[in-house]
Design a protein around this ligand. Structure first.
Ligand code: PGA
Length: 240
């Protein structure tokens, strides 16, 4: 496979295409260990998957989901919490559901929660599905993160804090988070970068065509031999 493999879909076809790819992966490998993101990008994909699973034929029950990242300091039911959101948008609609490794920010101190999640991920990730932040972050690997950045507690950039309240409805502005590290994502067997919408066109171009550097952590994904970019036409519009 050429890396990155960039697949572009009409905006109205993107979510179906991504959902069908994921369903195919699960049929081929029902014990798939996958890292899944939250945020606005994957919502339509999760809606399709719930619908497809309800109609039968997607074997989720033996799969393992490893949450990509989580806020520190938001209460358990906060609508912006990554675990709450993944439950709401995907997991609660799957019967039977996969096993899910959330990040235990309520039971453990953040450093211990990050260490525990790092151990879960160290058992291996077959497919890391990630989104692309407006500043080039992947999970909470914010600008400044090297390709070897580990799973850890991170300070969120002002932009990421504002997104939590303004777009995701957080009850308070979180200042830190826990993320799977770039090192762990790059050690996955395969990576899918999901990108949709015209607002992501410039950062996607930078991630794929700009220098590989910590200023745009998503650019490190190009080091992976099996990176697939799944973009809609508006997001891909600036690619050369
Ligand atoms: P979004 O966030 O899907 O809400 O645009 C992506 C990200 O910040 O990783």
């Amino acid at each position: 496979m050429r890396s990155p493999d960039v697949a572009v879909f009409a905006a109205g076809a993107w979510a179906d295409a991504v959902a069908h790819r994921l369903a195919d992966r699960l049929r081929a490998r029902p014990d798939l260990r996958m890292c899944l993101p939250t945020g606005d990008t994957p919502g339509p994909v999760y809606r399709r998957l719930v619908g497809m699973a309800a109609a039968g034929g997607i074997p989720f029950e033996r799969a393992t989901v490893i949450l990509l990242d989580e806020y520190v300091g938001l209460p358990p039911a906060d609508p912006a919490r990554c675990d709450t959101r993944l439950d709401r948008e995907l997991i609660s609609g799957l019967h039977p559901s996969p096993s899910v490794h959330r990040i235990r920010v309520d039971d453990l101190d953040p450093v211990a929660a990050a260490a525990e999640h790092g151990l879960v991920a160290a058992a291996g990730i077959d497919l890391a599905v990630v989104g692309l932040g407006m500043n080039g972050h992947v999970g909470f690997n914010e600008p400044g993160s090297g390709a070897d950045a580990p799973t850890r507690v991170v300070s969120l950039t002002p932009g990421s804090r504002q997104v939590a309240t303004a777009r995701y409805g957080a009850s308070a502005e979180p200042v830190s988070g826990i993320t799977l590290g770039m090192d762990r994502l790059l050690a996955s067997r395969e990576i899918w970068l999901l990108v949709r919408g015209a607002t992501k066109a410039a950062i996607l171009k930078r991630a794929l065509e700009g220098p590989q550097s910590a200023e745009c952590p998503a650019s490190w994904l190009r080091r992976h031999p099996r990176l697939t970019v799944l973009a809609d036409e508006p997001a891909a519009a600036s690619l050369g």
